[in-house]
Design a protein around this ligand. Structure first.
Ligand code: ZN
Length: 541
């Protein structure tokens, strides 16, 4: 009996029962009629504040369809929709019932292309016949019916290759897109760019790197090779999907957390061991974060005078020294991004002499500008790593000429006006680079009359292509090679007008400067992306 009592729910005491009895159909009319209780529910939410006290303005928009429920607080925006506005069954159909071809197939079909009288480095003046995107013949050529480009007085360089480009898509399409960034690249003489991983979302999955590669292919101005993130979200805690990105259609070989240093030595070691298995490499943004907290410019006499917190050169050198040792210990490849100090050059020189598997790049701005520019307080000169001393610039130029520094890389970092046109401390670091890199490189290597074009080709094209593993790029024209090259006028000069740049952003530190060397034409697989110094627009169908 005791058990049954426990199993049965106790009857509730009379006072807690509902107030209404169930109606008894038979005797319903016999009951006294009383007014119904009020059935209008009280408001669930408190009343709105009176109009004189407006709601506090929100700091965020409501989430968009491509953002997770709580908006974009962690910059984990989903992939933006590809630009299809039609319903699914119509989407794949173009006007003629077939899919639209990619941009590079859509342009005017070039039958044969004849480049007359270009200065081929080491071979003198030659004609060059291009057929089906490849070099068909080199020599003294007459070809009827071929589209002819007069290259008299122009130097032919293998198409430039940038190891370090920020294309900002996905996520910051107000600053740059893959389309606009690769147009800027073509105008600067580039046929291939490596897109850094610090987009939004971060390129830390196969999906994002494939999306970036597809956008590059659709734009058709330069080959876009995505760089994968080393760590999830560039947060430096957990390795990203390195294997999945390597095996993806984007075929990622280079990984970098650029913008952030892979600071944690165990994460760096694991990443190196991982990429070594498939011949990949880690591109390191060398910056010991504890030494650069709050840093605004190079630490030195100028920062002391201006009262701005300094970014000491040792923050770069300490990480480069550590990673040289890790590269030697693991046998894996490390590439140092934007080397900016004289002592970094010493460390890399010693490492190479010992046979360490390391390479290094320098940015054009570190070959020309110094921290004296900060005296203007113009945030266009704010960059990471910062502009250094005159003595560093001299050593970097020497190291580039000598080959201790392997390549010029732009660190093209477009920023929207609101991120640059503000006070120095609030401005984002970074400068445009793609359209001016060749001119600055030539200046740094002695100027157009003294420069060795073979060294220019080596540092801006052949070596970066080799580092990135882009086999179709960085090759001097030979019968059979892909026709990826650029024609430059060594005798011409041009003035940098920000409004004329192909980039969506305007943050160039060279505005108004007269620079040597113009890019007259760029060819990607035999198709002109730039002709007569102007972007060759798509032919309308
Ligand atoms: Zn960087």
């Amino acid at each position: 009996m005791a058990r049954r009592d426990r199993l049965r729910p106790r009857r509730q005491p009379q006072g807690r029962r509902r107030r209404h009895d169930a109606p008894r159909p038979a005797r319903a009319h016999a009951r006294r009629v009383l007014p119904d209780r009020q059935r209008v529910r009280p408001p669930l939410r408190p009343r709105r504040a009176p109009p004189e006290a407006p709601a506090r303005p929100r700091d965020r928009h409501a989430p968009r369809p491509d953002e997770p429920r709580h908006g974009d607080r962690r910059d984990r925006r989903r992939l933006a929709p590809r630009h299809h506005h039609r319903a699914g069954d119509q989407r794949r159909l173009g006007p003629h019932g077939r899919p639209l071809p990619a941009a590079d197939e859509r342009r005017s079909p070039v039958t044969d292309l004849l480049i007359k009288g270009a200065d081929l480095i080491g071979k003198g003046r030659k004609d060059l016949l291009v057929r089906d995107g490849r070099v068909a013949e080199i020599g003294s050529i007459t070809a009827k019916g071929a589209e002819t480009v007069d290259a008299d007085g122009l130097v032919l360089l293998p198409g430039l290759v940038d190891l370090h480009t920020h294309l900002r898509e996905p996520g910051r399409e107000d600053a740059e897109t893959v389309h606009s960034g690769t147009r800027a690249a073509a105008k600067g003489g580039y046929t291939a760019v490596c897109a850094m991983a610090n987009s939004h979302p971060v390129a830390d999955t196969a999906g994002v790197v494939e999306q970036v590669a597809a956008l590059g292919k659709a734009a058709g101005y330069a080959d876009v090779q995505p760089i994968g993130a080393v760590s999830v979200g560039l947060e430096g805690r957990q390795l990203a999907e390195i294997g999945a990105m390597a095996q993806s259609a984007a075929n990622v070989r280079m990984f970098s957390d650029d913008g952030h240093c892979v600071w944690d030595p165990i994460l760096m070691r694991r990443a190196l061991e991982y990429v070594k298995t498939f011949g990949g490499l880690i591109a390191q943004h060398a910056e010991e974060p504890r030494l650069t907290e709050g840093a605004q410019m190079n630490e030195g006499a100028v920062s002391a005078e201006l009262g701005l917190p300094g970014w000491p050169s040792v923050a770069e050198e300490a990480i480069i020294a550590r990673d040289v040792l890790l590269a030697e210990y693991t046998g894996a490849r490390v590439h140092f991004c934007h080397v900016s100090t004289a002592r970094s050059v010493d460390i890399i020189r010693e490492a190479k002499a010992r046979g360490a598997n390391v390479t290094a790049e320098v940015c054009p701005h570190h070959l020309l500008l110094t921290d004296e520019a900060a005296r203007t307080y113009d945030p266009v000169y704010k960059v990471n790593p910062p502009l250094r001393r005159e003595a560093d610039v001299a050593v970097l130029r020497g190291a580039l000429a000598e080959g201790v520094i392997d390549a010029v890389a732009t660190d093209h970092a477009p920023h929207a006006p609101q991120d640059k046109d503000c006070e120095w401390a609030a401005a984002r670091p970074g400068m445009l680079g793609l359209e001016t890199a060749l001119s600055i490189t030539v200046l740094a290597l002695g100027g157009p009359s003294a420069v060795d074009w073979d060294v220019v080709a080596e540092r801006t094209s052949r070596t970066p292509a080799r580092i990135a593993g882009l086999e179709a790029h960085g090759r001097d024209p030979q019968p059979g090679t892909e026709a990826n090259f650029t024609l430059v006028d060594p005798a011409a000069t041009w003035t940098v007008v920000p409004a004329d740049l192909a980039s969506l952003s305007r943050n160039t530190p060279y505005a108004g400067m007269e620079l040597p060397v113009t890019v007259q034409a760029t060819f990607l697989r035999g198709r002109a992306t730039v002709l007569n110094g102007k972007i060759a627009e798509e032919t309308t169908e």
